[in-house]
Design a protein around this ligand. Structure first.
Ligand code: NAP
Length: 246
């Protein structure tokens, strides 16, 4: 049985990816932020995943912390024996126009969204290299491709993730490890529920399909990228935005 680690999987896109990969037959290592609220939500997601007959364990770790990622990856390897897929999904926003964005608001988003990809990829790749097999999917954003007012911090991390994806693909390709990114547009999750109705309407107007994306529509592309069907796809960025930019 293959094992997938999904970061930030207690809700939103990460939870949906966990359910989809469980349905695909992956055993699931479900990461959540170390708080009681996240633990409770992660346990509920884990139960939903187990309904597909796979093994699921939850791991509390702040993915912005190098040592917590190292400990988590070691524990997943000890528990499951292999790490076949890693989905770097965890992310936060601290949106403000640059003139008002504090240094703290910039730094925390860099740590959670970007450093986490370094932390998790470094430790998971050490396992995948020995296996001579691995699939990594990084969750970027259209903000990283085109920029977005009020998201200097977020767009910086999501653009960086694209560079990190291509670098990982080049460094580890000879070990049969692929690394790709997905770049979601406006997706219906707790992260976007907080946006003003005015901003949502403006964003949807720019989308060819004239609607939000659903987390399932991200999970289905991730499902493909970690599957055998995507064995010759690496270093790519797949935009999933309903035609935001063409
Ligand atoms: P979400 O509903 O807020 O989920 C993000 C998850 O990441 C939450 O469970 C969150 O836990 C977790 N997380 C945050 N910091 C963490 C940390 N330090 N360690 C471990 N877990 C942590 O957001 P989402 O919309 O599903 O977003 C998932 C990913 O998609 C993010 O990378 C986001 O940037 C990207 N994305 C989303 C959209 C969209 O429209 N929704 C568009 C483009 C890209 P807490 O709840 O405790 O913070």
């Amino acid at each position: 049985m293959a094992t997938a680690i999904i970061t930030g999987a207690s809700q939103g896109i990460g939870a949906c990816i966990a359910r989809r990969l469980a349905k695909d037959g992956f055993d699931i290592a479900l990461n959540h932020y170390p708080s009681d609220g996240d633990k409770e939500k992660a346990l509920a997601v884990a139960e939903e995943c187990r309904a597909f007959g796979v093994r699921v364990e939850c791991y509390a770790a702040d993915v912005s912390k190098f040592d917590q990622c190292e400990t988590m990856v070691k524990q997943v390897k000890a528990d499951f024996g292999t790490i076949d897929a890693l989905v770097n999904n965890a992310g936060i926003t601290k949106d403000k126009l640059l003139a008002r964005m504090s240094e703290e608001e910039y730094d925390v988003v860099i740590a959670v969204n970007q450093k986490s990809v370094y932390n998790m990829t470094k430790h998971a790749c050490a396992v995948m290299m020995r296996q001579k097999h691995g699939r990594i999917v990084n969750v970027s954003s259209v903000a990283g491709l085109y920029g977005n007012p009020g998201q200097m911090n977020h767009s910086a991390t999501k653009a960086a993730i694209i560079g990190m994806t291509k670098t990982t693909a080049k460094e580890f390709g000879s070990r049969n490890i692929t690394c790709n990114a997905v770049a979601p547009g406006l997706i219906h999750t707790p992260m976007t529920d907080v946006l003003s109705d005015e901003l949502k309407a403006k964003m949807i107007d720019a989308v060819a399909l004239k609607r939000y994306g659903e987390p399932e529509e991200i999970a289905s592309v991730v499902s493909f990228l970690v599957s055998d069907d995507a064995s010759y796809v690496t270093g790519q960025v797949i935009e999933i935005s309903g035609g935001l930019s063409m």
